[in-house]
Design a protein around this ligand. Structure first.
Ligand code: HSE
Length: 380
């Protein structure tokens, strides 16, 4: 495999960036890079971590001249950085590959949303056309597509509704910290009553609820109480009754699958819950054909190496189809597969996946591998 000669990495210290760097090290990806240059917005010139093939000093993340010497740049710095740097860099004539996980460039005609287990052929076609912006999809969308890969492969999906249960990691590290702070504050608020064996649970409940609705609870990062609560709106209000997270479910899915001209109808209600880093989703799916339940489980389980089908019974479900069971692993757990009372072509599925791995870091890491091979093949 030839190498990407110079790879720039921005935002490697943040949450997604750290997960990505750890995965790159785990998989030996840095062996395929001649030089990794770690960029920083605040510590340029200072020594960076000791990593294989890595320039010892941190470079300046807003130095366009330095960035423009990279063959590829991976950014986990967030949408504002992409907004600020990408266009000026292209305006300078920079022809390298830009990889990020922000929503800024995802729907641009000049970008590909990357999820190679599903759209490797689209990625390669667009590379051959000279496209240079390759952007990770929304986490909920990527996790849904990985879970339902087999159904899409067999062209079995007529429409989908997704009810999501999204972890707070989707809101960033500060929000994760705040969720735990909220849990602690609530607990502390009622600790004396909890300790009293004879206290009334209804009394505890009303104190908790009063506290949740007071200004005493810390909500600076999340904006609302999430502990002991849930938030049925994620991302901005599009002023048509739909949140942008819900819109992404339809728009990004169809772009990833190359179905912009023949879109699959997808409706979502996106809900933030108090879990840490696994997004869960309950789907109702109309199938284009009546396929038996065992065949459906096989189709889903064999689609890619990461889907793990969990038998639809209470014990296996509670043991293996939960954020606690899946967190930190590459598994896409898929279960509760059953037909509904509506008719035998309408099924349900529940899935859980790690929002920081397949939902964010992994598609970027794999794109780097595709780029390395692509350059070896002489741009074939
Ligand atoms: N928008 C997602 C969420 C995060 O808030 O959970 C990453 O795509």
């Amino acid at each position: 495999m030839t190498m990407i000669k110079r790879l720039g990495f921005v935002g490697w210290r943040g949450m997604v960036g750290s997960v990505l760097l750890a995965r790159m090290r785990e998989e030996g990806d840095l062996e395929h890079v001649e030089e990794l240059v770690l960029y920083s917005t605040s510590q340029a010139g200072q020594p960076g971590p000791e990593l294989p093939n890595t320039r010892p000093l941190l470079a300046d993340a807003i130095d366009l001249d330095s960035l423009s010497t990279m063959d590829a740049i991976i950014s986990c710095q967030g949408g504002d950085y992409t907004q600020k740097i990408h266009a000026p860099l292209r305006d300078m004539g920079w022809q390298g590959y830009w990889l990020d996980a922000a929503s800024t460039l995802r729907m641009s005609d000049n970008s590909t949303i990357i999820l190679d287990p599903l759209n490797q052929s689209i990625i390669r076609q667009n590379l051959a056309k000279g496209q240079r912006d390759f952007i990770g999809g929304n986490c909920t969308v990527s996790l849904m597509l990985m879970a339902l890969h087999g159904l899409f492969k067999e062209n079995l999906v007529e429409w989908i509704t997704a009810m999501t249960y999204q972890a707070i990691s989707g809101g960033g590290a500060q929000q994760m910290r705040e969720l735990l702070i909220q849990m602690g504050e609530i607990h502390e608020h009622v600790t004396p009553l909890l300790r009293l064996q004879e206290s009334s649970i209804l009394d505890i409940d009303s104190r908790v609820n009063e506290y949740l609705n007071s200004s005493a609870l810390t909500t600076g990062a999340i904006g609302s109480p999430l502990a002991n609560n849930l938030l049925p709106w994620i991302d901005i209000d599009l002023d048509n009754g739909i949140g942008r997270e819900e819109w992404k479910g339809y728009a990004e899915t169809n772009k990833i699958l190359g179905r912009e001209n023949n879109p699959i109808p997808i409706e979502s209600t996106c809900v933030r819950v108090g879990t840490f880093r696994c997004h869960s989703q309950a789907f109702t799916i109309a199938l284009s054909q009546d396929v038996g339940i065992d065949d459906l489980a096989d189709i889903m389980g064999q689609a890619n190496q990461w889907v793990k089908v969990i038998p639809n019974n209470k014990q296996d479900t509670l043991q293996s189809l939960t954020p606690a069971a899946v967190s930190g692993s590459m598994d896409i757990a898929v279960g509760r597969i059953r037909k509904t009372v509506f008719n035998s072509r309408i099924m349900t599925v529940f899935t859980v996946g790690d929002q920081l791995l397949w939902g964010a870091a992994e598609p970027l890491r794999r794109m780097l591998g595709i780029l390395s091979e692509y350059q070896t093949d002489g741009d074939s």
